[in-house]
Design a protein around this ligand. Structure first.
Ligand code: ZN
Ligand code: ZN
Length: 1028
């Protein structure tokens, strides 16, 4: 859930550094704290005592563009200077201007009188009253007095008086006066009466740039960014030339609307007016691009700044964090220091935010130390950033220490710490904090609510929080609503989640995705798909998370049709090229057994990561016939320079085991040891599998000995190795060691033990011990293992009884297993029943058809066999193609039936012909009677000769040094004929031959197989006197 909320969603309220808060600029006059005595477009001149007049008279109206400041008190101005001074000013100052200006107005005396009386009484309300009565008497009240009064209203925080002054202005017929209007607009903005400010502004005639700036600022503060931008356009149309202050305001408005179009237009105007290099405008522009542009735009805007100061550097750093490039912040900080800019609290907050963002605890601690070393006091912004950093880095204890040391804590501090405990699963502590913060008078906000919802682990808690929110009338916005839905889903109440979801008035794509993911999690696949439809009907486009959940649903449900539709949608929406979506598609197609689609997706992916490659390797590892291709995939992965992860190695080793590539497997094992890659369960088990399958059990034991912490799964893997070799006594030894080590066996352990044993009495004993001594109830798999044991031992009726007394709707495996036994024991009647049971469950079970035909041919019922084979061809068409692998010189060679594609094909067949002659001398008679189909005896012999394992063994004989063991892996069970010839070959060639098939491992040596012909008793005595 955490990653559903972008980092920034909380930034503006929680951790926006003070010095780069975009609403606080350092210079704009319209916004700097009001200095009530001075109208904004006036310049104060010091040393009023020189002239001994009231402070109000220290007002200089400089000309529109703040030209020369004339210090009239030190030297009388000449006439040119005076031209730049406003007439109003001159009217006050005639007396002091050495008579150079003769424009003495009759008002001066009057004005001075009133100002004197004002300054004497210095009571605002009374002053306003006096002015009112003057106005009522029909006397003139001057602009400057009105300006002065407006200033005092701000100084004394008296809005009511301010409104009275405005009515005075209106009464004097001055409501359209730009300079007065400016004072009033500024005052109303100061009192946050933005709407009134707009009304006053609308009555002004020819407002100047300063007034325009004030009204822009008012609308920005009102949050009406579009009006601010419209006002800017009006201003340009009115031919008022914008200055830097105007652009700072307009840029803030752009930031509010965050549309790229505005940004570019305004940027163009800034360049046009030659203000691009103005430090403040530049800094605002950087800030704007931080929010609406790309990180590249930010950097470009930053590079153009003529002077960079701490604020602009911090803005750039903030830009990095905003654009998820927090890792670049420390480097920028270094550059900043090199350029001599001193870090301030805002910079530290940025650095801490970057450490939070990258979850770099080390970096975060360094910044903390730096703050302590330089002795900067920790204000609430820095404190909050510290708490946030420790929480994000998973160190809630350190966050608590900072929290306790803070002088003041606000709702942000409490909410952050609370989140820390919630995410650590310490919900109780989070709830205590929630209570405490309220006792201390801190009112929880939406972020607090979202965080406390994360602390709920059981439904009761969740209900309580939800009730609390209802009784306190808490705001239920999209984010809080989504957090509630998430809470209900986490606490297992899909109905609660749906209730909130249905009643939530506003939903965004995250809300929809959360609900869809929840439905998938609860197995409500149809509902998930319906939600997708409604979401799109409402014009909300699914995002990556939506696709990932729905693709997972299709995987779980095996619904390739829906999967394909989603694939098309994802492609159309442009999300199909995302790595995560590609990986999910591969997974979906792989689970739906559409290997070709999975491959196509993989090949079309513009970028592939280690997960994509690993998914492909997993796909090949799980497909018994894809071993050799899987190895090629791994080689391509290495060529592409993708570094495998431990999971990749697990699947690669599994592939090596499947293709008997023990040499390459050993090399990978050595590499894993050398590089210190973590031995995860997958790797350990794949190694045990590899050594047990391709080598002797001894190798597996050695590998196991080296495993440090052994868990039940590792022990099971070793037991599986014993089972592969049908070595029950070793298995029992392993089992007792495992019990001694203090581990408890599980069902899988017993499954391995059952697979290792051959005797019915031992099997029965195991089943009893599992149930009585270890309290494990037998599953279908255990039962099928028992069927296998009974069947091989010739207890076909008992095996059939066992299958029938436990009727499971889908036990095709059990019936197929018994069908195998029927072939060994040539029991046509039982076989027919098995076959019918399998075909009812799975009419396309090709292997059952092949087995049944084989039973017929073994029983000499060739006609029935051929009939069934014809039916199979007609009804199913395909059967699993056999293939065998052998590793020679670090390369896996794969052979199919009758394969003539191998480069040494001619040599291989020549070797087989030579062997055939010798085999026949040894008394070998090919079982041509078992080969079905209309063929001559020679053709049938040839067909037997071309079995893939024979080809692989022959290739091994001609390529591997004399005496070296031959290791072959086959994806199906070896046929009786190949089993027989392999025994003879091992004697003739004086070679050990390992063949690893679906039964397990056959080790042929000196004419005998380690399996004691377990699956091939039909041949007992046919050729060799095999010990039994
Ligand atoms: Zn064969
Ligand atoms: Zn064997």
């Amino acid at each position: 859930m955490a990653n559903l909320y972008p980092q920034f969603a909380q930034l503006p309220s929680q951790s926006l550094p003070p010095s780069i808060n975009f609403s606080q600029q350092q210079r704009p006059p319209a916004e700097s704290p009001p200095q009530p005595l001075l109208p904004p477009n006036a310049v104060a001149v010091t040393s009023p005592s020189v002239i001994g007049v009231t402070p109000t008279l220290q007002i200089l109206h400089s000309a529109a563009k703040n030209t020369a400041t004339i210090n009239l008190w030190q030297c009388p101005p000449d006439e040119t200077d005076l031209k730049n001074v406003s007439p109003t000013f001159l009217s006050y100052n005639t007396d002091f201007c050495s008579g150079k200006v003769r424009d003495c107005s009759s008002r001066v005396e009057e004005v001075n009188d009133s100002l004197d009386s004002l300054s004497l009484k210095s009571n605002l309300t009374i002053s306003v009253q006096i002015m009112k009565s003057r106005q009522n008497e029909g006397k003139h009240v001057s602009n400057d007095i009105l300006c002065h009064l407006v200033g005092r209203c701000m100084e004394e925080n008296n809005l009511a008086a301010g409104r009275d002054v405005y009515s005075l202005i209106v009464g004097s017929g001055l409501e359209s006066d730009a300079s007065l209007g400016n004072c009033v607009v500024r005052m109303l903005t100061y009192f946050e009466e933005f709407k009134e400010a707009n009304e006053v502004f609308s009555k002004l005639v020819k407002p100047d740039v300063i007034t325009w700036t004030a009204i822009l600022s008012a609308n920005v503060k009102l949050g009406d960014y579009n009006r601010a931008i419209d006002l800017y356009r009006e201003m340009v149309e009115a031919r008022v030339k914008p200055d830097g202050h105007v652009f700072v305001e307009v840029l803030k408005a752009c930031m509010g609307t965050a549309t790229e179009r505005h940004t570019q237009q305004i940027h163009a105007s800034i360049i046009e007016h030659g203000l691009e290099h103005d430090a403040f405008v530049g800094s605002s522009l950087v800030g704007l691009y931080v929010k609406s542009g790309t990180f590249q735009d930010v950097s470009i805007a930053f590079c153009r700044l003529p002077n960079r100061n701490t604020v602009t550097w911090s803005t750039l750093m903030f830009g990095c964090i905003y654009h998820k490039s927090g890792k670049e912040v420390p480097e920028l900080f270094e550059q900043m220091q090199q350029e001599g800019a001193e870090p301030d609290k805002g910079t530290y907050v940025c650095l801490l935010a970057a450490a939070s963002d990258t979850e770099d605890l080390e970096q975060g601690r360094q910044v903390h130390n730096q703050i302590l070393v330089c002795g900067a006091s920790v204000n609430s912004y820095v404190g909050n950033a510290l708490v946030d950093m420790y929480v994000k880095c998973g160190c809630v204890e350190d966050a608590q220490v900072v929290f306790d040391s803070l002088f003041s804590r606000d709702v942000v501090t409490w909410s952050s710490l609370l989140l820390g405990y919630a995410e650590e699963g310490r919900g109780q502590v989070a709830f205590q904090l929630f209570d405490r913060m309220q006792q201390e008078g801190v009112v929880p906000n939406e972020v607090t609510h979202i965080n406390i919802l994360k602390a709920c682990s059981v439904l009761e808690q969740g209900h309580l929080v939800h009730e609390y929110m209802i009784t306190h009338g808490s705001l239920l916005n999209v984010q809080v609503g989504t957090a509630l839905i998430d809470m209900y889903l986490r606490c297992g109440s899909v109905s609660g989640a749906l209730f909130v979801f249905t009643n939530l008035s506003q939903k965004n794509v995250i809300t929809w995705s959360t609900m869809i993911a929840g439905c998938v999690e609860f197995g409500l696949f149809d509902d998930a798909l319906d939600l997708l439809q409604s979401m799109q009907d409402q014009g909300i486009e699914p995002n990556e998370i939506t696709f990932l959940s729905l693709l997972k649903a299709c995987s779980l449900q095996g619904s390739i049709e829906h999967g394909r539709q989603l694939h098309t949608q994802a492609t159309n929406s442009g999300l199909g090229s995302r790595v995560a979506v590609g990986n999910a598609l591969i997974d979906m197609y792989a689970t739906c057994h559409s290997l070709e689609d999975a491959r196509v997706v993989f090949q079309r992916m513009p970028n592939r990561d280690v997960v994509s490659w690993t998914s492909m390797l997993k796909l090949h590892a799980h497909h018994e016939s894809l071993g050799p291709e899987g190895i090629q995939v791994f080689q391509q992965m290495k060529q592409d320079g993708i570094e495998p992860n431990p999971i990749t190695y697990g699947y690669v080793l599994k592939l090596m085991s499947r293709t008997a590539a023990i040499e390459q497997g050993r090399q990978i094992h050595a590499y894993i040891v050398e590089t210190g890659i973590e031995f995860n369960e997958l790797i350990i088990n794949a190694l045990l599998d590899l050594y047990a399958n391709c080598g002797g059990l001894m190798n597996a034991f050695v590998a196991f000995q080296r495993t440090q912490k052994k868990n039940v799964s590792n022990w099971s893997a070793l037991l599986m190795g014993c089972a592969q070799h049908r070595d029950y006594s070793s298995a029992l030894g392993v089992f007792s060691n495992m019990l001694e080590s203090g581990l408890k066996p599980d069902g899988v352990v017993f499954l391995c033990l059952l697979s290792a044993c051959k005797l019915v009495s031992e099997g029965c004993q195991l089943m009893k011990s599992m149930r009585d001594d270890h309290g494990i109830l037998p599953t279908l798999e255990h039962q099928n293992s028992m069927v296998d044991i009974l069947g091989h031992a010739g207890y076909l009726d008992e095996a059939e009884d066992l299958l029938e007394c436990n009727p499971s709707s889908s036990n095709a495996v059990g019936w197929t297993s018994l069908l195998h036994a029927c072939k060994v024991h040539i029991d046509v009647d039982t076989a027919k029943r098995c076959f019918n049971n399998v075909v009812v469950l799975d009419p396309k079970a090709s292997s059952a058809f092949v087995l049944m035909s084989s039973v017929y041919s073994h029983a000499g019922m060739l006609h029935s066999g051929e009939e069934l084979e014809a039916r199979r061809r007609k009804e199913i068409g395909w059967k699993k193609l056999a293939h065998s692998c052998i590793e020679v010189d670090n390369e896996v060679h794969n052979f199919r039936v009758g394969d003539k594609l191998h480069c040494r094909s001619a040599d291989i067949y020549a070797k087989l012909d030579a062997l055939n002659v010798q085999l026949k001398k040894e008394g070998y008679a090919p079982r041509v009677d078992l080969v079905l189909g209309p063929m001559s005896k020679e053709k049938k012999e040839e067909a037997l000769c071309g079995h893939s394992e024979k080809l692989a063994i022959a290739f091994g004989l001609i390529s591997l040094p004399h005496g070296m063991t031959i290791r072959v892996s086959k994806n199906l069970r070896m046929c009786g004929d190949c089993h027989n010839t392999s025994k003879l070959i091992s004697r003739i060639e004086k070679r050990d031959i390992f063949v690893n098939d679906t039964y397990g491992v056959h080790r042929f040596s000196e004419g005998v197989c380690s399996c004691d012909d377990y699956c091939y008793q039909i041949f007992k005595g046919d050729v060799l006197q095999v010990k039994r």
